[in-house]
Design a protein around this ligand. Structure first.
Ligand code: GAR
Length: 209
């Protein structure tokens, strides 16, 4: 596949950036159908920006504005502008810890995905692996889903289960969920890039290649 034909990803993150690195690693294979066009973060010194710099990927900090859990209108417009300028086909949330509102979701309708560290609809919101441990479930995992106006409520694209071990702490459990995310997210993005994800109501299914 020629580089120009590749699906262009805009990756948004607030943290360490291990999912972005996993996607970049997958994208380094010549036959992977997508490439990272831009990495954006709301946190000036986020690991994801350092990782992007060391991978030679275009990256920028865009300040989130006045709120703690969402972008303000001006910031949201700046994110939209940067992603459009980079001609992004798909917005990939990878540990982006702010809720995106209507203006953003309308700008990229049906083209925003997220990875969440639980088997949704269980444990939406923050620190999902801790919620799972405290609840006492025996299996948790990760979910790749479309982003809608709700909190972690969009249609599910892919999931992988992770057993909870008796010996688990929040850290060991999150580490194994992270490993699952690093498998599932690049695979789901490839399926989206190839146009293989069909959505009917809330259900998605994979079209044959
Ligand atoms: C990941 O575990 C991701 O699922 C989670 O943040 C982590 C980011 O790790 N996202 C959420 O909790 C969103 N609600 P990373 O920065 O190393 O990719």
């Amino acid at each position: 596949m020629s580089l120009s034909a590749k699906f262009r990803l805009g990756v948004l993150g607030s943290g360490a950036g291990s999912n972005m690195v996993a996607i970049a690693h997958a994208a380094s294979a010549p036959d992977y159908p997508a490439k990272i066009a831009l990495v954006l973060s709301d946190v000036a010194n986020a690991g994801i920006l350092n990782q992007a710099a060391s991978l030679g990927l275009p990256h920028r900090h865009i300040a989130p504005g006045q709120f703690r859990t969402k972008l303000d209108d001006a910031a949201e417009a700046a994110y939209i502008h940067a992603l459009r300028e980079a001609q992004v086909d798909l917005v990939v949330l990878a540990g982006f810890m702010r809720v995106l509102k209507g203006q953003f979701l309308r700008a990229f309708e049906g083209r925003v995905v997220n990875v969440h560290p639980s088997l949704l609809p269980a444990f939406p919101g923050l620190d999902a692996w801790k919620q799972a441990l405290e609840h006492g479930v025996k299996i948790t995992g990760c979910t790749v889903h479309f982003v809608d106006q709700g909190l972690d409520t969009g249609a599910i694209i892919a999931q992988e289960g992770t057993p909870v071990l008796d010996s688990d702490t929040a850290e060991t459990l999150h580490a194994r969920i992270h490993e699952a995310e690093h498998r599932v997210y690049p695979a789901a993005i490839a399926a989206l890039a190839l146009g293989r994800v069909a959505l009917q109501g809330r259900r998605t299914h994979l079209r044959a290649p």
